[in-house]
Design a protein around this ligand. Structure first.
Ligand code: 5GP
Ligand code: MN
Length: 338
């Protein structure tokens, strides 16, 4: 977003506006942190804002300030449609293509509002009037901080904005360890701590709230881990039956794919999860180094994301999906070997 676009937005925001802020479907820490962080900032500027999430999100994120005002579109479609059609501005956060917000795609497409995208995924689609896209950013939350800075609003950052933004920076960097965590990221975090964010409470709220069932499900997932040594690839699968047996709750499988990548010698890790409701297999891909899982997910599994973290889906059954995956791997042996 260049200086003249920022000036445009400042001008647009000089008098009270109706604002809708949208994360992607199945919102994660970065999606909810960035939308709620921006929500508090926009409200502080004197506008009327609503975060509309396409569907529900995990309980371990439901302490973020502003949570009680989030509208879940799937459960309140009529109200959501009115807010979207009457909005002056719609911010779409942490996704690069409108289909990523599920059934909100069409109402947003048809809305007359000015659309603003803030996102760090590869290959952004061209649906927004104003685009702030940067694939070198660790998180959309860090981008919201920089956006507020560009708008001249740093002094408005308070504990509510800080806690929301801290959450997404923490979750998208796996607690500040992924390669895109920069010294600037740490400076942003330092500012958030300075305004009063209690960082240990956030780590506890997000990571230390496991149910007994979730830990058992984790054990089941680790038990199902397969290592294809010659492809430096580890994969995990979870069936509906296994999910049901451990009383699966939204968010329970978050991060499990990373255990595959923690295996010594693994460069590529995948988790295949049966999705009863949508009758698909949801797949997460993670890699280390140069192996590009965004391209892999786009090419073979109708998905995308980042170079080292992406997602996709398959309409085949679990066994067929895994067989397809293994058959594709030999194509990538040279890359996985290098
Ligand atoms: P996860 O595996 O945690 O669902 O997703 C990993 C990353 O890839 C996240 O940044 C997520 O937003 C992105 N992602 C997941 N599924 C898709 C998809 O179907 N399309 C695109 N473009 N990105 C995805
Ligand atoms: Mn993100």
């Amino acid at each position: 977003m260049n200086t003249s676009e920022i000036l445009d937005l400042k001008k647009i925001l000089t008098d009270p506006k109706k604002v809708v802020i949208v994360p992607h479907k199945n919102p994660d820490g970065d999606a909810m942190g960035s939308t709620l962080g921006l929500f508090h900032y926009i409200e502080k500027l004197g506008h009327s804002a609503t975060v509309i999430a396409p569907n529900d999100y995990p309980d371990f994120l439901k302490w973020i300030p502003g949570t009680k005002d989030v509208l879940i579109y799937e459960e309140n479609t009529t109200v959501g449609d009115v807010l979207i059609s009457e909005a002056d501005l719609i911010f779409t956060l942490d996704f690069n293509a409108l289909h990523r917000c599920g059934s909100m795609e069409t109402p947003i497409e048809n809305a007359t509002a000015i659309k603003i995208m803030i996102d760090h995924h590869q290959q952004p689609d061209d649906y927004a009037t104003y685009v702030y896209s940067d694939v070198n950013m660790c998180s959309t939350c860090e981008m919201v901080y920089h956006f507020i800075d560009k708008m001249g609003g740093l002094e408005l950052i308070d504990v509510s904005i800080g806690e929301a933004l801290y959450t997404g920076i923490m979750t998208d960097t796996a607690s500040f360890r992924f390669p895109l965590t920069t010294s600037t990221t740490h400076r942003v975090i330092a500012h958030l701590i300075d305004v009063g964010v209690e960082k240990s409470n956030i780590h506890d709220a997000v990571y230390d709230t496991n149910s007994y069932d979730r830990l058992q499900l984790m054990g089941c997932a680790l038990n199902n881990l397969t290592f294809l040594e010659k492809f430096k690839t580890a994969y995990i699968s979870l069936t509906n039956k296994e999910l049901d047996a451990h009383d699966f709750q939204k968010g329970d499988t978050e991060g499990l794919v990373n255990y595959g990548l923690s295996l010594k010698g693994a460069k590529f890790a995948v988790i295949f999860i049966e999705h009863k409701k949508e009758s698909i297999i949801k797949i997460s891909f993670r890699s280390k180094g140069d192996f590009d899982v965004n391209t892999f997910a786009r090419t073979h599994f109708n998905g995308g994301g980042h170079k080292n973290a992406s997602g996709g889906r398959s309409n085949l059954n679990l066994e067929e999906t895994i067989a397809k995956f293994i058959s594709i791997l030999s194509e990538y042996k040279p890359e996985l070997d290098s």
